[in-house]
Design a protein around this ligand. Structure first.
Ligand code: ZN
Length: 226
């Protein structure tokens, strides 16, 4: 009996924020963040809104949280450590924002399109955090995940080092849409963070040019935009 308790403690997930053991048994609760930290995250989440994507012609975006504090820590941990359990938890923030888009889609059942990485970056990192998030959301909401709708064909400079106008220019010709998958479809681009909107609008415009009927964007978090 005591050995069982020790084994449980050893293999118990620990909160990625406060390192306390996670004892939440509910299957819909976060798995990598303890209930106390999660409650704090949710209490700081802004009210949801579907807004025009900065720089996008006709694209609307919804984000589940602000990009700061604990959410920022978790997003960075997912991006640099590939912690799959965190993708599951952060997809709960995507699901929160998803409700706004679900209400706008007249035909139901849109497909999720993760913002792709260039193959060389994917090779180096070993995973695409946007794809992990899309797959987690697709499982929880019963939506199709369509990574083949979009390819990243240009290796671009890291956006962080660029000014706003340069960010948009940097993304020119970066994506290629797949007409067979995107044609006539309602698609939802999924990414971790919304900063300048340059990546999402370039990806969205590419999907529209490939024949998509409608494109929305959904991110875990939104940075303050200057
Ligand atoms: Zn915690």
């Amino acid at each position: 009996m005591q050995a069982n308790i020790i084994t449980r403690l050893l293999f118990m997930e620990r909160c990625r924020l406060c390192h306390s053991p996670i004892v939440n048994e509910s299957c819909s609760a976060p798995k990598a963040v303890c209930p106390t930290c999660w409650q704090e995250i949710m209490s700081l989440c802004p009210s949801l809104e579907l807004c025009p994507l900065s720089g996008g012609r006709s694209l609307f975006i919804a984000s589940g949280a602000g990009y700061h504090g604990m959410v920022k820590k978790l997003v960075l941990k997912l991006k640099y450590d590939g912690d799959c359990l965190l993708a599951e938890d952060l997809s709960l923030l995507l699901a929160r924002a998803w409700t706004l888009i679900a209400a706008k889609d007249e035909n139901g059942g849109p497909g999720l399109v993760p913002v792709p990485l260039h193959w060389s970056r994917l090779f180096r990192r070993g995973f695409n955090q946007s794809e992990l998030l899309s797959k987690a959301l697709s499982r929880s909401q019963g939506l199709a995940c369509l990574p083949s709708a979009l390819r990243r064909v240009k290796l671009t400079t890291a956006q962080l080092d660029l000014g706003r106008a340069e960010r948009f220019a940097n993304l020119s010709g970066a994506f290629q849409g797949n007409r067979k998958v995107a044609g006539g479809a309602c698609l939802v681009l999924v990414d971790d963070i919304y900063t300048s909107g340059a990546t999402l609008s370039a990806a969205g415009e590419t999907l529209l040019a490939a024949g998509a009927r409608q494109v929305f964007a959904l991110t875990v978090a939104r940075a303050h935009i200057s």
